[in-house]
Design a protein around this ligand. Structure first.
Ligand SMILES: NC(=O)c1ccc[n+]([C@@H]2O[C@H](COP(=O)([O-])OP(=O)(O)OC[C@H]3O[C@@H](n4cnc5c(N)ncnc54)[C@H](O)[C@@H]3O)[C@@H](O)[C@H]2O)c1
Length: 445
C-alpha cells in the first residue's frame, strides 16, 4: 500500500507536531479539530500554542501538503488516521476518555469498505485500543497503539529524534498494519531508531510506566532534599554524585517544587486508578503522587517560616509555564503557588519569559488591567525588572536558565528586601549571597 492521505484528529501539542512532522516527511496531511478558532489560525500559518520552530515549519507546509479543517468528511479520503485528542483527568483521577470516544464515533461515520488504520497517539489506559476496535466493529480497520513521548518545550526536536518508537498491534503476526507503520516512519527506521513492536496492552502500559518512572525520580530527589534541608548540605552535590552512577543516571534528579504539566500529574493518577480497578495497590506510585502534591505546600511553609505572616506581603513570582519554553500552564507549580499566596492575602507580581504564557495567565485569571482578580491582587508584567520592583521577596517557580544571567545587582537595587526563594535551585547560591541576598532553595538551605 502506498500511503496517500493522512489525517490527524486533534491539533493540540501532540497533534500539531505530528501534523507538521508528517508533512515534512512529504505526506499529504489534514489536521481535524473541533476548535474553529484554532483551525482558522492554523490555516493562516499561525500556531495557537508556543513551541520553538513550530511556526516556521507550519508556514513551510500549510496550503501545500498540509491543511486544517473542522470537517470530519476528510476521513473519507484518509488511509491512516492519527488520534491525538486530549485525555484529561476526570473528577476521580481516571483518564477521561470522552474526547477519544466522541472522535472515534465521528470518524466511524465516514468509514466505507476501504482499508484504514487508526493510530492512537493519545495516552490511554490499558484496554482502550481494544475498546476502540470494538466500537469500529464491522469496519475494515486496524487499530495501532503508538504512544507519544515528546516533551513540550523541545517537542519538534523530540519528534525528529525519538528514543524509540512503540507500536502496539492486535496481532503482531499480521504484517499489514506493521508494514504501513514502517512506511510512515521510514525516516526513523533509516535513522536506526529502535522500534518496539508489541501488543496493545504492553504499548499502553509502556507510556504510563515511563511517565510514572520519571515522576518517581523527581519525587525521590524531592524527598531526599527535605532531609538535606533539615540536616544542612546541598542537594545539588548529592544529585550530581548520584547521577554519576550510570545505573542511576543524571536526568530528572533536580530537586524542586514538584512536577506539573499536562502529562505527569494526570498520568500518574490515571495509572494508580488502573491498578486499583484491578484490586492491586500501587504503593510506590501512590507515594510518588503524594510527595508531589505535598511539595508545593512544603515550600510555601518555608516561605511562611521566614515572614511569619504572608498577608499584605508582595512577591515576584518568576515562572508561570510548567516548564521553560512553553506556554502551557496545565498543573503548573507556579500557578499553584500563586493561588496559595493569594489565599494567604499576598500581593503577587508575576512574569514568564514566554509572552504567550503571560497571556494565558491573564486569560486564566480573567484579569483586567488593574490586576484585580476576585478581590485579590495579581499582576502579570511584561518586564522582569518591573516585576521585582518593591517586592518583599522573589520566588522562582520555573527552571529558566536565563535567570542565571539576569542583572542581580540591578534586581537587588529594585526589591524592598533582598531575598530569593529558589523553587528550582537554578541560581548560583554563593554568587547570589555575595550580592547581599538571603537565599533559600530546595534542599540547599
Ligand atoms: N502535551 C504533551 O506533552 C504530551 C506528550 C505525550 C503525550 N500526550 C498525550 O497526547 C494527548 C493529547 O495531548 P495534548 O497535550 O496534545 O492535548 P491538547 O489539549 O493540547 O490538544 C487536544 C486537541 O484535541 C481537540 N479535540 C478534542 N476533542 C476532539 C474531537 N472530538 N475531534 C477533534 N478534535 C478534538 C481539542 O480541541 C484540542 O485541540 C493526551 O492524551 C496527552 O496525554 C501529550
Amino acid at each position: 500500500m502506498i500511503i496517500v492521505n493522512i489525517s490527524v484528529v486533534g491539533t493540540g501539542y501532540v497533534g500539531l507536531i505530528q501534523s507538521v512532522g508528517l508533512a515534512e516527511f512529504g505526506f499529504k496531511v489534514v489536521g481535524i479539530d473541533i476548535d474553529e478558532r484554532k483551525i482558522k489560525l492554523l490555516n493562516r500559518g499561525i500556531t495557537p500554542l508556543y513551541e520553538e520552530g513550530l511556526e516556521e515549519l507550519l508556514k513551510k507546509h500549510v496550503g501545500k501538503n498540509l491543511r486544517f479543517t473542522t470537517s470530519y468528511e476528510e476521513i473519507k479520503n484518509s488511509d491512516v488516521i492519527f488520534l491525538c485528542v486530549g485525555t484529561p483527568q476526570d473528577r476521580d483521577g481516571n483518564a477521561d476518555l470522552r474526547f477519544i470516544y466522541s472522535a472515534v464515533n465521528s470518524i466511524k461515520r465516514y468509514f466505507d469498505d476501504r482499508y484504514r488504520i487508526i493510530v492512537v497517539k493519545s495516552t490511554v489506559p490499558v484496554g482502550t485500543n481494544r475498546k476502540i476496535k470494538e466500537m469500529l466493529g464491522g469496519c475494515n480497520v486496524d487499530v495501532v497503539s503508538n504512544p507519544e513521548f515528546l516533551r513540550e518545550g523541545i517537542a519538534l526536536r523530540d519528534f525528529f529524534n525519538p528514543d524509540r518508537i512503540v507500536l502496539g498491534f492486535e496481532d503482531v503476526n499480521n504484517s499489514r498494519p506493521i508494514d504501513i507503520m514502517k512506511e510512515i516512519y521510514k525516516y526513523f527506521l533509516d535513522k536506526r531508531v529502535p522500534f518496539i513492536i508489541t501488543d496493545w496492552e504492553s504499548a499502553e502500559v509502556i507510556k504510563y510506566a515511563a511517565n510514572a518512572f520519571l515522576a518517581t525520580k523527581i519525587s525521590f530527589i524531592n524527598e531526599i532534599a527535605k532531609l538535606i534541608d533539615a540536616v544542612g548540605g546541598d542537594i545539588k552535590t548529592v544529585s550530581k554524585a548520584l547521577g554519576l552512577d550510570e545505573r542511576i543516571g543524571d536526568k530528572f534528579l533536580n530537586a524542586g517544587i514538584g512536577y506539573g504539566g499536562s502529562c505527569f500529574p494526570k498520568d500518574v493518577k490515571a495509572l494508580i486508578k488502573q491498578f486499583e480497578s484491578r484490586g492491586i495497590e500501587p504503593k510506590l506510585i501512590k507515594a510518588t503522587d503524594e510527595v508531589n502534591e505535598e511539595q508545593i505546600h512544603w515550600f510555601l511553609n518555608k516561605i511562611k517560616r521566614y515572614y511569619g505572616d504572608l498577608n499584605g506581603k508582595t512577591f515576584a513570582v518568576l515562572g508561570l509555564a510548567f516548564k521553560p519554553n512553553t506556554d502551557d500552564l496545565r498543573e503548573s507549580r507556579g500557578i499553584k503557588l500563586i493561588d496559595l499566596l493569594l489565599r494567604e492575602g499576598s500581593i503577587v507580581k508575576c512574569y514568564d519569559y514566554v509572552e504567550k504564557a503571560r497571556e494565558n495567565t491573564i486569560e486564566r485569571y480573567r484579569l483586567d488591567t488593574s490586576g484585580a482578580y476576585y478581590g485579590y491582587n495579581l499582576y502579570v508584567l511584561d518586564d522582569i525588572y518591573e516585576t521585582v520592583k518593591d517586592v518583599d521577596g522573589i520566588i522562582i517557580t520555573t527552571e529558566y536558565s536565563q535567570l542565571i544571567d539576569e542583572d542581580w545587582d540591578k534586581i537587588g537595587n529594585l526589591v524592598r528586601e533582598k531575598i530569593v526563594f529558589d523553587g528550582r535551585n537554578i541560581l548560583d547560591k554563593e554568587r547570589i549571597k555575595e550580592l547581599g541576598f538571603k537565599y533559600f532553595g530546595v534542599g540547599r538551605g
